[in-house]
Design a protein. Structure first.
Length: 328
């Protein structure tokens, strides 16, 4: 078997045993006759700022939502690596935060149907899970698959957010220029799902938002808002984001209060701002003689900025190594 062949092809629909369908199934009919898009928002591997979880929760809480299928989480999750929370009160347990991984049918603000695969990323049986998703997609006439991601990056929260876009069709991400030729990255179910679905002829798109690294462990609604905007554009959907916008403004205000109240935090943010602005200025100066089609996008700037920071960090380390440890 070739290295990039799909092992999931060995499984028949009745052999996956991965999900239970709801009955009756929700209607996914669309006025234009096109099939729905499938959005996958899997938490676990990389969800900086909890952007993926916030985006999925926003979609479910804001739009009409129906359960289509529930996946057998016991077959997919290693509970020892991600232990669910339980609440203990005085002398007994009162609740259990049961992990879920479900497929939902939603309708946007104008009634256009789409699908959302949301919940914890499987630890186990990746290929069987992806085969199950593909078979469901065939059954539900999915026309496009859109993935959500969020990674930490050394950028300040006071500057415009950037993201990385990827697809098997360059036309679908024409507004987002690529910034790297070839690189090896850790695998994830979301990445493998995108790869396998492309192998089976689906249009696939992915958006990975860049979250300020110092906010990676806290809720960052601005990142979720960015993802939702890209989903709406790519999926031709009407999705309200006012609630996320308000939440993002509140979080930004709290962050700024913390920055003002801590000289150390303020110095870090100011240093990132100076580096970011210097990088952008350098890019603008370099682009004066460039043709319009050669100008870097915001996503490309963000990616190159990361390399710029890495270079600066390397030079700083070399300078420190030259210092005599006995000085001072």
């Amino acid at each position: 078997m070739a290295d990039d062949a799909d092992p999931g092809q060995r499984y028949q629909p009745e052999q996956t045993g991965m999900y239970e369908l709801e009955f009756p199934a929700p209607s996914l009919s669309s006025p234009d006759g096109r099939g729905p898009v499938l959005i996958h928002a899997l938490e676990g591997f990389s969800d900086a700022g909890r952007a993926i979880k916030l985006a999925a929760e926003h979609l479910k809480n804001t739009l009409d939502t129906e359960l289509v299928a529930s996946f057998a989480i016991d077959e997919l999750l290693d509970y020892r690596s991600r232990r669910p929370l339980m609440t203990f009160k005085t002398d007994h347990f009162t609740s259990y935060d049961e992990p879920e991984l479900n497929l939902y049918a939603l309708r946007d603000s104008v009634g256009t149907p789409f699908l959302l695969l949301a919940g914890l990323e499987p630890d186990l049986r990746w290929e069987r899970f992806i085969t199950a998703v593909r078979l469901l997609s065939e059954r539900l006439a999915v026309r496009r698959v859109i993935g959500l991601g969020a990674i930490p990056m050394a950028v300040p929260h006071t500057r415009p957010m950037t993201l990385t876009a990827h697809s098997n069709d360059k036309e679908l991400i024409a507004e987002h220029q690529p910034w790297v030729g070839e690189v090896a990255v850790p695998g994830s179910v979301s990445n493998l799902l995108e790869f396998r679905m492309a192998q089976h002829g689906y249009e696939v798109v992915g958006f990975t938002v860049h979250v300020p690294h110092y906010l990676a462990q806290t809720d960052y609604p601005a990142a979720a808002e960015t993802l939702i905007a890209e989903v709406a554009r790519s999926g031709s959907l009407q999705i309200p984001t006012a609630e996320l916008g308000r939440a993002a403004a509140e979080v930004a205000e709290k962050i700024n209060e913390q920055v003002v109240g801590s000289a150390e935090v303020a110095q870090v943010v100011e240093a990132l701002e100076r580096q970011y602005d210097a990088f952008v200025a350098a890019q603008e100066n370099r682009s004066l003689l460039a043709r319009d089609e050669d100008l870097p996008s915001g996503e490309e700037l963000g990616a190159e900025f990361e390399r710029f920071l890495a270079q600066q960090a390397g030079e700083y380390t070399k300078d420190k190594d030259k210092e005599d440890p006995r000085d001072g």
